[in-house]
Design a protein around this ligand. Sequence first.
Ligand SMILES: Nc1ncnc2c1ncn2[C@@H]1O[C@H](COP(=O)(O)OP(=O)(O)OP(=O)(O)O)[C@@H](O)[C@H]1O
Ligand SMILES: [Mg+2]
Length: 675
Amino acid sequence: MRLNPSQQHAVEFVTGPCLVLAGAGSGKTRVITNKIAHLIRACGYQARHIAAVTFTNKAAREMRERVAQTLGRQEARGLTIATFHTLGLEIIKREYKALGMKAKFSLFDEHDQQALLKDLTEQWLEGDKDLLKQLTSAIGNWKNDLLDPAQAQAVARTERDKLFAHCYELYDTHLRACNVLDFDDLILRPTLLLQRDADARERWQNRLRYLLVDEYQDTNTSQYELVRMLVGGRARFTVVGDDDQSIYSWRGARPQNLELLQRDFPQLQVIKLEQNYRSTERILKAANILIANNPHLFEKKLFSQLGYGEALKVVTANNEDHEAERVVGELIAHHFIRKTRYRDYAILYRGNHQSRLFEKMLMQNRIPYKISGGTSFFSRPEIKDLLCYLRVLTNQDDDSAFLRVVNTPRREIGPATLQKLGEWATARNKSLFDASFDLGLSQTLTGRGLESLQRFTHWMAGIARLAESEPVPAVRDLIHGMEYESWLHETSPSPKAAEMRMKNVDQLFSWMTEMLEGSDLNEPMTLDQVVTRFTLREMMERGENDEDLDQVQLMTLHASKGLEFPYVFLVGMEEGLLPHQSSIDENNIDEERRLAYVGITRAQKELTFTLCRERRQYGETIRPEPSRFLLELPQDDLAWESVRKVVSPEARMAHGQSRVAGLREQLAKAKDRGG
Ligand SMILES: Nc1ncnc2c1ncn2[C@@H]1O[C@H](COP(=O)(O)OP(=O)(O)OP(=O)(O)O)[C@@H](O)[C@H]1O
Ligand SMILES: [Mg+2]
């Protein structure tokens, strides 16, 4: 792969510590992948002696692919390309004895961690959510700063911090006793081990002889220390980063680690890259002007030669439904007219909760999409449950859906009953649902099991009959009659969680209603069609290796780091969302500006911002101000869509319909042309 002279220099400098400090899209990640190949091909390193660390699993996967393309799978075998956390886990797995752990340990996710902390601190915090949150982040910060409970106690100043340090001690004791690790332990434990155990340190320095770190600006203290321990005095490493893209200070990331590096490794070679190969000049100019409003540790320049490019669009929507409609509408038209792939588009947002309506619009319009990072609506357990009910409703031969719903919520239909039903049905070549109506079934099944089973299937059959003529009331009866809400309350960790889940169920119901009855954008559909649409979506969620599929990419700004897309929609450009309200309150606008910078610099060819005039928030309708970042951009390069005042619902309907008709016409034309 081609490299410019500075990149070439960064790749070929292998005799000491190396820092590549450069702006977005300047080829830092490309330097890393090329350098891996160079180390193996030209410097005699074996692949198993090289480790490259990235920030997300997605980034690690991409890097593995890029390297495999250059080197081939054979030569790349044994190479470590991992996130900090998976590298930490790898060390722990091999060093469990030195760590004083048992071979079998388990990992706690955030959920487990919260539950344990809540139990342990009941007498002090009384389950107070805010305090629990503060405690969790205090413990996280101490761990990221490599402080054990005693050290935390020593640095605690306020009464609150002293109490928190005490809780940290209880928590730590508990984890150790149960042989459990939390997320932060994956870095903390190996780092402490390498600090104190010279043998272990030597083993790892011998094993990993060259270390490369991408997105270095987001390392925190413990991660930096892990790097320092792994590279040792030999200091054979390359780290690349951009202080303007530091967006994890809330997890303890310290851009000052860039300066520390210079202090700890005086022989550090610092290389700057100045050409951006990703974005049009206009996109890059906007990004540069925005980020110039932040204070800077390092001077950086960045230019592009990819042409000036199109103006950056700003779309003002009436509300968040309209925003999703506009984005998806634009995307479809653009896709057909320009004959692009769906994977060329990304919809980026500040918070996970913003994805929902975009999902809905994409799903309704049958556009394949993929949510990275957050949980998609369709992979939530309550939605899967309900989908299985709907599958049974529309296809009584669907045995696997039947098995999922027959005892959810619990109806005392046990495994023994189901097994006998299964044998009976198989022998007669019937579906489980049909077989449950057989009179002869009482020969093999008796008592409560049979009674509950038949009560269930009769009830479902009744709903299915109603669904043939009146699907909306039928589904309403279904949700009501299955007593799902009380089941959710029994099985959810908290009343709040149960409420959230029920809200999701209601949401699915309202989407279904809209699809069954038709809307501005969609013809009415049959229940079969709606269920098939949902099921397909849910199946796609389950696909693991779908990186290659042609899907629109949805993700948070945080998750988009390091990636690039030809066409980017940056949505929710409003005060309160981006910058986020909590950062406005804490006067932490610089970090939000870096987030916006990361978002803008993901775009290669075209960038569209959207914002809403009105937005629902905690049950109220608010009228947000446009994001200050929009106002900081060079206005000559922005194309603000002329503001239309569509007020009355009739006018809005008429407008919606004519727009959709226009869109349909455009699509038909595009198709005629062979699109
Ligand atoms: N010398 C080059 N010639 C042509 N294309 C290049 C060159 N260097 C990098 N690129 C391309 O430019 C794009 C950006 O590169 P890369 O992702 O490595 O940048 P980066 O500095 O890591 O960006 P970020 O800061 O967003 O992580 C990629 O598509 C890459 O293939
Ligand atoms: Mg990169």
